[in-house]
Ligand binder design. Structure first.
Ligand SMILES: Nc1ncnc2[nH]cnc12
Ligand SMILES: [Zn+2]
Length: 332
């Protein structure tokens, strides 16, 4: 089936809850920023960059993703990155987004926290005013770095808590269990921040339990390995704990060999609050619509299932009641 026959999925009003802004850096913008900032890239052209996007696991991807982020230096670069993502959302009828950013990827290179945040926030504000896309911003800690570094990052964020709704946990999962950050997350909750964490992407179902019990997350990012633990599946369904699932990411990073093996619809049918998201669309071959289309092609996603997946995202989002009702009404 071709994409043209899936126009209904582009038209479907959507919500995105798992998107790394740095992962929306398209090769074209990467080259433009490299030129603007006088940075040398290890690629000759856009085609060479795209050809390098063959990953056999999460770490393969992360190595290239952190390298790409080196072109982001000035506030305007972060604005342009965020604005490009929001423009894509507009084209694809995404009505609300809760993106992640990774401050440590930038502060560790000498880019100031406020430079990163101001660029992103200015674009998100424009996104609401000019495109009608509402948003909430989530700051992630890199889990391959230390607890101490995460505490320092949280301290840098303290003057900006009016524009950051929560904290998350990303980067290399295996060997860096959620509980490594229990104390940082406790402090974040004390500050009134919501918490989410990547767990059960490559790591075991056990990490999903500790994200829930130790970090007290409101949502689990990915969480697809939960299916290995029957008790956990029951718990997720009973508590309506949302999972922000990223189908194209999972196949690109070989979490599943093929989209036909993806477990998102099995979990949906078992009453788990699963949602569809794009993760790092510039690296994984697609934004929100392409993720839904991939499910339609491989798993015969029905209109009722697509609509339920979006309703789950609205339920799992951090929006106020009025916006929640407005978005639900659009889904009929
Ligand atoms: N899929 C992913 N898992 C962990 N960390 C990430 N950072 C960006 N994308 C990620
Ligand atoms: Zn992610």
């Amino acid at each position: 089936m071709t994409k043209a026959s899936h126009e209904w999925l582009n038209k479907l009003p959507k919500v995105e809850l798992h998107l790394h802004l740095e992962g929306s850096l398209e090769p074209e913008l990467m080259f433009a920023l490299a030129q603007r900032n006088n940075i040398e890239l290890p690629f000759k052209n856009v085609e060479e960059v795209r050809a390098a996007y063959e990953f056999s696991n999460l770490q393969d991807f992360l190595d290239i993703y952190y390298q790409g982020a080196n072109v982001l230096i000035h506030e305007q670069d972060f604005y342009d990155l965020t604005w490009a993502y929001l423009s894509k959302c507009k084209e694809q009828n995404v009505m609300h987004v809760e993106p992640f950013f990774d401050p440590q990827t930038h502060t560790d290179r000498g880019v100031a926290f406020r430079t990163v945040l101001n660029g992103i926030i200015r674009a998100l504000k424009d996104g609401q005013e000019k495109l009608g896309i509402t948003s909430e911003l989530i700051m992630c800690f890199l889990r391959h770095l230390s607890e101490e570094a995460a505490f320092e990052t949280l301290e840098m964020a303290e003057p900006y808590l009016d524009v950051i709704i929560g904290v998350g946990l990303d980067s290399s999962e295996q060997g860096h269990p959620p509980e490594k950050f229990s104390r940082v997350f406790a402090k974040a909750r004390e500050l009134g921040l919501k918490t989410v964490a990547h767990a059960g992407e490559e790591g075991p179902a056990e990490y999903v339990w500790t994200a829930i019990n130790d970090l007290q997350v409101s949502r689990v990012d990915h969480g697809v390995r939960s299916i290995d633990d029957e008790k956990l599946m029951q718990h997720l369904a009973e508590t309506r704990m949302p999972l922000t699932v990223c189908p194209l990411s999972n196949t690109k990073l070989c979490v599943f060999d093929d989209m036909s093996q993806h477990n998102i619809l099995t979990m949906l049918e078992q009453g788990v609050c699963v949602t569809v998201n794009s993760d790092d669309p510039a690296y994984f071959g697609g934004y929100m619509t392409e993720n839904f289309v991939a499910l339609a092609d491989a798993l015969d996603l029905t209109e009722a299932q697509a609509s339920q997946l979006v309703k789950n995202s609205i339920e799992a989002s951090f929006v106020n009641e009025q916006r929640r009702a407005e978005m639900m009404a659009l889904l009929g």
